[in-house]
Design a protein around this ligand. Structure first.
Ligand code: SF4
Length: 432
């Protein structure tokens, strides 16, 4: 079988220590500054107790009003633009297919994950409702208004899926139930299926059963870290955060038992110090359980404890994206692939012609997540520019055009003869 062998010395290396990947020794979170007492637990917002008036657009120059779930939720900028609640354009996309909702409290998330813009240490400098998360703002909107709008749109809704993202807060289990019920009372979950992005730390198996019984379609666990050591460093004891690898796996296994085959998955961030072999072994483990992996390319989120570290080099990211797609959807196994002495993929274990066809289809490089209505291997959750700027796209929220594919091939070291990528050519394209 002829396979693609990677050229090891890739000139576009921009990772930690000048490598073409982000190495474990370099990807160390910085320590948080102390939080003034009056700012802890949403102290400023609760003390001022300004009542909210309709939609709240993040504005770091004024005090956020006192909003909390289940009455209020936050939504991604892409969802707010799609619903017409915010003006703006997204490079290459006319809308998002996933209505991403986030529970919201003045106290914010009580965890302290090092890569996350919502982390607890940020209460020192920014109210919860004003914090950036996966590179964008999250406007706060009354849940009743969201349900009204989507129900009124009926069959014309652009959304293929809705997702409730829990955060680490004592009320988030109960409030997720309330938000889900409010949705399914008005919107048929067969028409717009619901995913739950869970918070295992506060959950029990019974909670997972309850959400399934109320009509949730897919249950996901944001493992985020690919190994127990990176988990502990970035979202456990290493940053005074309450999460544990064992508890996350307990709830993931509950989700497998309760939601069933193809109806559960795990988020993984690529480029926080794991090897490509580490992350792809995890992808294989999830597939063997009957689930899927949803991948994010590490990006140094502004204000996070990892904002001083380099984004994942595109060559590392592309190799992992391609290998993950082959494992998740094309039946290739990680044991068949070959890796070099630094754990980098050197052989994707399928014939070159087949690999070329898959690369040219572009699906492997699109945002990964829960599926929508187009096809099983295409995520509804397209998260436009959640893990990169549009000038250097990591996860494509649209179908890559030929110039994008030439760029992807150059990042993979797989350029076709006579079809070299010209720097910046994809930016010139007129997009939908
Ligand atoms: S639990 Fe989730 S929302 Fe909270 S800090 Fe960690 S990654 Fe961010």
């Amino acid at each position: 079988m002829s396979c693609l062998k990677r050229e090891v010395a890739i000139p576009s290396a921009t990772g930690s220590g000048g490598l073409d990947f982000n190495a474990l020794e370099e990807m160390i979170p910085r320590a948080p500054a102390p939080t003034p007492r009056e700012a802890r637990n949403g102290g400023r917002v609760k003390l001022a107790n300004v009542p909210p008036e309709g939609i709240y657009l993040p504005n770091n120059n004024r005090l956020a009003p006192h909003m909390r779930s289940p009455e209020y939720v936050q939504m991604s900028t892409a969802a707010a633009i799609t619903l017409g609640l915010m003006s703006g354009k997204m490079h290459g996309c006319s809308c998002t297919r996933c209505l991403n909702l986030l529970l919201s409290y003045p106290e914010g998330c009580r965890a302290n994950c090092a890569y996350c813009g919502l982390a607890r240490h940020r209460e020192a400098e920014r109210d919860y409702a004003d914090r950036n998360f996966i590179r964008v703002d999250w406007p706060a909107v009354p849940m009743s208004q969201i349900v009204e709008k989507v129900a009124a749109d009926g069959d014309k809704t652009p959304f293929h899926r809705m997702c409730i993202s829990m955060i680490t807060h004592p009320n988030s289990d109960a409030d997720t139930v309330t938000v889900l019920k409010q949705w399914t009372d008005r919107i048929d979950p067969a028409a717009v299926p619901v995913s739950i992005l869970s918070n295992p730390t506060t959950m029990t198996r019974e909670d997972v059963k309850t959400l399934h019984g109320l009509g949730a379609d897919i249950f996901t666990v944001a493992l985020d870290a690919a190994t127990p050591a990176i988990f502990d460093r970035t979202r456990g004891k290493g940053v005074q955060s309450p999460h544990s690898w064992a508890k996350y796996w307990e709830i993931l296994e509950d989700a497998r038992d309760i939601f069933g085959d193809q109806k559960f998955g795990a988020h993984i961030i690529v480029g926080m110090g794991e090897t490509e072999h580490d992350v792809l072994s995890l992808v294989q483990r999830l597939v063997d359980m009957g689930g899927h992996s949803h991948m994010f390319c590490f990006f140094p989120e502004k204000g996070s404890l990892m904002d001083h570290l380099p984004a994942t080099p595109r060559d590392q990211w592309r190799r992992v994206q391609l290998a993950r797609y082959l494992i998740d959807y094309r039946g290739v196994r990680v044991e068949q692939m070959q890796f070099d002495e630094l754990g980098r993929v050197s052989d994707f274990a399928i014939p070159k012609a087949e690999l070329d066809t898959i690369v040219d289809q572009g699906l492997a490089f699109r945002t990964s997540g829960c599926p929508g209505k187009f096809r099983e291997d295409l995520s509804a959750c397209d998260r436009p520019y959640g893990d990169s700027p549009p000038s250097n796209i990591a996860s494509y929220p649209f179908q890559p055009a030929p110039a994008d594919l030439r760029k992807i091939r150059s990042q993979l070291g797989m350029e076709k003869p006579g079809e070299a990528y010209v720097e910046g050519e994809e930016i010139e394209i007129e997009r939908a």
